[in-house]
Design a binder for this molecule. Structure first.
Ligand code: DX5
Length: 230
């Protein structure tokens, strides 16, 4: 079966003074979506943006907008993020006391629901929600900052999730976020990733967004072809 791998640049590494334009550059480069890293300075040691930025980006691009909420009490903001034009809301397992209820609330808002797990969180913590999540996002860095090193010890979690999702014939896609570049992207894909979130390897001064996206796609081409022919 032909495998499709999506690339979602994370705007955390973009030039915030030209956010709309930078999102458009990603859209023109043919990416499948962009990820908007929402941080509260509490769940993670960094502060970024809220639903206002999602709303502004909604006007700039037609892309799938993925809001990754790295915040405590995500329940309090779900409605606002859904109204802002996000297509998917991803919450962290570590802050949800009743994860199934939070995912169901997101779905009731008519947007896709995703769950992210930190490097220290085992796959077992989300196994019971795999049937109601549209995606599972495996963090391959400790969330908070762009430009960190990919944690290869997380690959076994991606592999375990892939096996479980396939065995149970579920639809949840596996998103991998953190330290994705042309060297690590093939590892993530070989382990079972269907969506790659990439910040600093897409938005950096050494090449254009289009060139960086093309380099990332080329880096996974042979892995994708090999998996597709299995
Ligand atoms: C981690 C964020 C990531 C990260 C991606 O805190 O959720 O999206 O910034 O950036 P890179 O690709 O540079 O690790």
């Amino acid at each position: 079966m032909k495998l499709r791998v999506s690339i979602e640049p994370s705007i955390l590494s973009a030039d915030f003074a030209r956010l709309g334009q930078q999102a458009k550059e990603a859209e023109d480069a043919g990416v499948e979506g962009i990820q908007i890293d929402v941080m509260d300075g509490h769940f993670v040691p960094n502060l970024t943006f809220g639903p206002g930025v999602v709303k502004a980006l909604r006007k700039s691009v037609n892309l799938f907008l993925d809001a990754h909420l790295m915040i405590d009490n995500p329940q309090s903001f779900l409605e606002e993020f859904a109204r802002s034009g996000a297509n998917r809301i991803i919450v962290h397992e570590e802050v949800c006391k009743d994860l199934p209820a939070v995912l169901q609330s997101i779905r009731k808002l008519k947007v896709e629901a995703g769950v992210a797990i930190n490097p220290k969180t085992p796959v077992g913590a989300i196994e019971s929600v795999l049937d109601i999540a549209d995606c599972v996002q495996v963090m391959t860095v400790h969330p908070g900052f762009a430009g960190q090193r990919f944690m290869e010890d997380q690959l076994s979690k991606i592999q375990r999730l892939r096996r479980e999702i396939n065995q149970r014939h579920l639809k949840a896609s596996i998103v991998v976020d953190g330290g994705i570049d042309p060297n690590t992207a093939p590892l993530a894909v070989r382990s079972g990733a269907a969506v790659l979130v990439a910040g600093s390897s897409v938005y950096n001064p050494s090449a254009s967004v289009a060139q960086n996206v093309a380099t990332l796609r080329n880096s996974i081409a042979s892995t994708v072809a090999a998996i597709s022919s299995d």
